[in-house]
Design a protein around this ligand. Sequence first.
Ligand code: UGY
Ligand code: MN
Length: 248
Amino acid sequence: MADLFGSSRTVVKGRYALLTPDGFVPGNVPGWQNAQTVVNIAPALGARFVQMQVNLGRVGVGEGNSGAHEFFIYVLDGGGSLLLETKRHRLEAGSYAFVPPGQDMQLKSNGIGLRVLIFQKIHERVRGMDLPRPIVGHERDVTGQPFLGNDDARLQTLLPDEPEYDLAVNIFTYQPGATLPLVESHVMEHGLLMLRGQGVYRLDADYHPVQAGDVIWMAPYCPQWFVAMGKTPASYIYYKDINRDPMP
Ligand code: UGY
Ligand code: MN
């Protein structure tokens, strides 16, 4: 049945936002050619990072220098390549890359189009500490670990847990009926994209049905909990800020 006009599951509140694809509006972000950019989360919402989806056409390109920022790129579908330092890396669905600050990069589609998720933040440098190094990988090479001992809720940690990295990006996969074991409330903020399946997300004191394609922003300390529902596993990829002094 078609949704009644004027209705949407999208909700924007002070401590969280649930953004559903029916409301996504493309715009132009500098550095991208033959590409549609949808900025889902940005400082304008109250966040301290950017989460966007970029749909590169068959000859789409994104290039520039990361400057003071760092980028995490995750391939949702299609094919392409990433030039980092002097090496060009082939990208397919499930590939990911971390681009540290001060790095030249060029992302290209390979003729069939390329859809990517990007997390972008200002790198918080610590005096005397090295910059993080670039990383290119694929989710299939990262084994999911049981979350707090639960085999039905598995976490793939895509970036090294080392102090140089001030962000984490993980993929969380739940079997139907599995839950986040506690209602978390923490200083880290999250940006999240539902990749597969469906469930119910508790955000602050509200419970929302969510499904693949939905985006969620959770401010620091926003109470959060999830249960996977339906007949297939639910997965989401999410960002959090880590490893830095809470009072810089
Ligand atoms: O890493 C996390 O904080 C994660 N457990 N949060 C979440 O899935 N909402
Ligand atoms: Mn959390």
